[in-house]
Every structure is written in structure tokens, then in C-alpha cells.
Write a new protein. Structure first.
Length: 129
């Protein structure tokens, strides 16, 4: 019977939970504000972890937050090592997750296309009723 979750997925989930708490309570960098961790991908050998995050704000806020998280990566890795019982604690690589922005932009384009179609063909709605 196959396993439901691989070890790297379980470790990634645990890292995400621990990092969320650490960032919220321990990181004092003013550039790191309201950050939401979207996911963690851990390599099979557990040597590297991509940490996907989102933050509200303009591109400058995203850049500042990314820089703040990269600067805190060593501290966060050390604290993860203390909290989790791993032989090797992965190197943390923070990456901004822009899927929500892309989804919102795509949804707006779809809504715009539907509205334009309705304005070009107003009689189609009456035929369907």
C-alpha cells in the first residue's frame, strides 16, 4: 500500500507551521510585516526548502519583505533546528508567490470579456428567458 505523504511533504508541512510562528513572534526586521506562508517545497534529500510567501502591498513592499526574509534565513534555520528533530535542517530559500494576483487579474479579464459580450449582444439574454 503506497504512502499518502512522502517524508519531504511531511517535513515541509512541519517547517511551514514552525516558520509561521517564528516569523510572527521572533523576526524583528521591520521589513517583514504581515507575511503569509503559502507553502514549503522540500527537496528529497532535505537539503533545500523553497518557502513560498505572500504579502499585501506594492512591488517595493514585496522586494523589502523578500530581502528581510533572506536576511533572517540563517536565524530561522537555526531556530528550526532547535524546534524540530532533524539531522539536517534545510537551507531556506524564500520566494514570492504571485498566484493570487495572477488569479485576480485573470478573473477581472474574464469579467470584462463577459461584460463586453453582453453589451454587444443584449438581445441574446432576452431569448434565453
Amino acid at each position: 500500500m503506497p504512502k499518502d505523504f512522502s517524508r519531504s511533504e511531511r517535513v515541509g508541512d512541519q517547517i511551514q507551521r514552525e516558520l509561521a510562528g517564528l516569523i510572527r513572534t521572533e523576526v524583528k526586521d521591520p521589513r517583514v510585516g504581515m507575511v503569509t506562508l503559502a507553502g514549503v517545497e522540500v527537496s528529497r534529500d532535505l537539503a533545500h526548502a523553497k518557502v513560498w510567501f505572500t504579502v499585501l502591498g506594492d512591488p517595493q513592499q514585496v522586494a523589502d519583505t523578500t530581502e528581510g526574509l533572506q536576511r533572517a534565513a540563517g536565524f530561522l534555520r537555526r531556530e528550526l533546528g532547535r524546534r524540530m528533530r532533524l539531522r539536517v535542517v534545510p537551507l531556506l530559500h524564500f520566494q514570492y508567490d504571485d498566484t493570487q494576483e495572477k488569479g485576480a487579474r485573470l478573473s477581472a479579464l474574464i469579467d470584462q470579456a463577459v461584460a463586453e459580450d453582453r453589451s454587444r449582444h443584449p438581445d441574446d439574454e432576452e431569448d434565453r428567458s
